[in-house]
Design a protein around this ligand. Structure first.
Ligand code: 6PG
Length: 509
C-alpha cells in the first residue's frame, strides 16, 4: 500500500509578492502548505524556492493544480489563506472553493487590503457555506516574509484556530522594551517575543484599522517628503546631505522605518546616469486606494483627519505633471532666500520639530478616526493593543508607537492622543519651531500642506471658540438653517428673519 503523503496544515491561494512571502514565512514556522495560484509558474517558483531554503528538510510546500486538489491535500476542517487583489478576485476564489466542496466548518482567511465594508458583507454572504475570516497584513514584501504586523478580525471560533499561527509568523517585539526583534534573513533564528498580531474585533474592524494604518502611512510619507522638499529647494541641500540629516533624525524621536528607507532612497545613485536616483524618479505619486478610502471614511464619519486627506490630495496634485510644467512658467511665486550655514542649521532643526509635531497630529487624527468609526460600528476596540502591534512589522513601525501604547496604558479612554500628558508636553516643547518652519517654507514658496494642515488641526482643536459661529450665521442668513445659542440648552434652535424689518429672532420648536 502506498504510504499516504501527510496532509498539509494550511492551504494557500495567491502567490504574488505578499502571498509567496507569507507562505514561506508559514513554512519557516513549521507549517506544511498546499499552494495554489492561477498562474502555475508562481507555484513552480515557490516550490523551487522552498527546495533551496528547506535544505535537508522534507518539502514544506506542496504544489496544487486546482482548488479540488488543494482541498484534498488539507487536514479537515480546512484552513485556507487567500492573498489575492481586493475586490472581485476574493469572491471569485470563494465561489470556486464552494464549487470544489468546501465545508461549513472550513475557514477562509482573506489577507488582502480589502475594503472593510466588503468584508462585513462577505461574512454574511458566506455564512453557512464556510467561515469567512480576515487578517489585514502590513509590512510589505520583507514584512510578509520575516514578520508582518497582523490585524485579524471576524469569527472568534476562526481566531482560536488561527491565533497560534499568526503569533508564530508575525513580527516580534521585546516585551520589556517594546523594541522590534528584527529578522531579515532565513539564516537568522525565529525571534521569540511579543507578537505583533492581536484580535481586532468583529468582521470589518481589522480591515478598517489597516485602512487607517495606511492613511497614517500616507501622512507619514508626505510629511517626510515635505521636510525633504524644503531642504532640497529652500536650503539647497543635496540628496546625500538630506539622507545624512534623516539618518541623524532616525536616532531620535523620529526613529521609524519610513525615515530609515527615505534616507536609503536619497543615498541611492541611479546606475544608468550616476545621478541621485531621486532626481531621476518621475514626481508623480501612485496610490492603490487605501489612503483614499481612509479620507472618504473620515469625511463620512465626520472625523477631521485633515492631514491624512491632505496627503491623498498631495498625491493627486503630483499627478498633474503636465499642468504643473505649464503653470510653473505662468504662476508667480517667491524665490527661496539664500541662507547662511547658521540659518540652514536652524532651519533643519525647525523642520525636525515640524515633522515630529505633525506626525503626532497625524497619528492623533488616525486614532481619533478609528475611535469614531468604532463607536458608530459598535466595535469594542483596544487602542493600546492596536498601537502595540504597530511597533514592529508594519510600514509605520517606529519607536514612537511605544509612546502611543504607553499613552493608552495610562488612559484607555483617551479622547485624543494630543491630550495625553507626554504628547501635549512634546508639542508644547517643539511647536515654536513647527510654526517657524511653516512660515519659512511658505515665505519661500515651498508647499507644506501636511505640516500646515496638522498645525491648523492642532490650533483648531485647542481653540475654545472657532469662527463656526459666523458660519452658522451665514447659513441661517441664506438658508434659514437655524443656529443654537451659547446661552441656551443644547439642541434649542433659533432663526433670524433676515429679510424682515427689524430682523426678529424666532425660536424654532
Ligand atoms: C503595508 C502597505 C501596503 C500598501 C501598498 C500600496 O502596510 O504593507 O501599506 O499595504 O497598500 O504598499 O500602497 P499605496 O496605496 O501607496 O499604493
Amino acid at each position: 500500500m502506498t504510504e499516504q503523503t501527510p496532509l498539509c496544515d494550511i492551504g494557500f491561494i495567491g502567490l504574488g509578492v505578499m502571498g509567496k512571502n507569507i507562505a514561506l514565512n508559514l513554512a519557516d514556522n513549521g507549517y506544511k502548505i498546499a499552494a495554489f495560484d492561477l498562474d502555475h509558474q508562481k507555484v513552480d517558483e515557490i516550490i523551487a524556492q522552498d527546495k533551496i531554503e528547506r535544505k535537508e528538510q522534507d518539502p514544506r510546500i506542496v504544489a496544487c493544480s486546482s482548488y479540488t486538489e488543494l482541498l484534498s491535500k488539507l487536514t479537515a476542517p480546512h484552513l485556507i489563506i487567500l492573498s489575492v487583489p481586493a475586490g472581485a478576485p476574493v469572491d471569485d476564489v470563494c465561489h470556486k472553493l464552494i464549487d470544489a466542496g468546501i465545508c461549513a466548518d472550513d475557514i477562509i482567511v482573506d489577507t488582502g487590503n480589502s475594503l472593510w465594508t466588503d468584508t462585513i458583507e462577505r461574512e454574511k454572504q458566506y455564512h453557512g457555506k464556510f467561515i469567512f475570516f480576515t487578517t489585514a497584513v502590513s509590512g510589505g514584501e520583507v514584512g510578509a516574509r520575516f514578520g508582518p504586523s497582523l490585524m485579524p478580525s471576524g469569527d472568534p471560533y476562526a481566531w482560536a484556530r488561527i491565533e497560534p499561527i499568526w503569533h508564530a509568523i508575525s513580527a516580534k517585539v521585546c516585551p520589556e522594551t517594546g523594541k522590534a526583534l528584527e529578522r531579515t534573513s532565513i539564516d537568522q533564528p525565529l525571534p521569540q517575543g511579543e507578537p505583533c498580531a492581536t484580535y481586532i474585533g468583529p468582521a470589518g474592524s481589522g480591515h478598517y484599522v489597516k485602512m487607517v494604518h495606511n492613511g497614517i502611512e500616507y501622512a507619514d510619507m508626505q510629511l517626510i517628503c515635505e521636510a525633504y522638499h524644503v531642504m532640497r529647494e529652500s536650503l539647497s541641500m543635496t540628496p546625500k546631505q538630506i539622507a545624512s540629516v534623516f539618518k541623524t533624525w532616525n536616532k531620535g524621536v523620529l526613529n521609524s522605518y519610513l525615515m530609515e528607507i527615505s534616507a536609503e532612497v536619497l543615498e541611492q545613485d541611479d546606475p544608468e546616469t550616476g545621478k541621485p536616483l531621486v532626481d531621476i524618479i518621475l514626481d508623480k505619486a501612485g496610490q492603490k486606494g487605501t489612503g483614499l478610502w481612509t479620507a472618504v471614511s473620515a469625511l463620512e464619519v465626520g472625523s477631521p483627519a485633515a492631514t491624512i486627506a491632505q496627503s491623498v490630495f498631495a498625491r493627486s496634485l503630483s499627478t498633474l505633471k503636465h499642468a504643473r510644467i505649464r503653470a510653473a512658467k505662468l504662476l508667480e511665486g517667491p524665490e527661496p532666500q539664500v541662507v547662511s550655514e547658521e540659518q540652514r542649521l536652524q532651519s533643519i532643526e525647525q523642520l525636525h520639530d515640524a515633522l515630529y509635531c505633525s506626525k503626532i497630529v497625524a497619528y492623533a487624527q488616525g486614532f481619533q478616526l478609528i475611535k469614531l468609526a468604532a463607536r458608530q460600528q459598535k466595535w469594542p476596540l483596544d487602542f493600546g493593543g492596536i498601537a502595540k502591534i504597530w511597533r514592529a512589522g508594519c510600514i509605520i513601525r517606529a519607536a514612537f508607537l511605544q509612546k502611543i501604547t504607553d499613552a493608552y496604558d495610562r488612559d484607555d479612554e483617551l479622547g485624543n492622543l494630543l491630550l495625553d500628558s507626554y504628547f501635549s508636553g512634546e508639542v508644547a516643547k517643539y511647536q515654536h519651531n513647527w510654526r517657524q518652519a511653516i512660515a519659512s517654507a511658505t515665505l519661500n514658496g515651498i508647499p507644506c500642506g501636511g505640516f500646515s494642515s496638522a498645525l491648523a488641526y492642532y490650533d483648531s482643536y485647542r481653540t475654545e471658540t472657532l469662527p463656526a459661529n459666523l458660519l452658522q450665521g451665514q447659513r441661517d442668513y441664506f438658508g434659514a438653517h437655524t443656529f443654537e445659542r451659547i446661552d441656551q440648552p443644547a439642541g434649542k434652535k433659533f432663526h433670524v428673519k433676515w429679510s424682515e424689518p427689524g430682523r426678529p429672532l424666532v425660536k424654532i420648536d
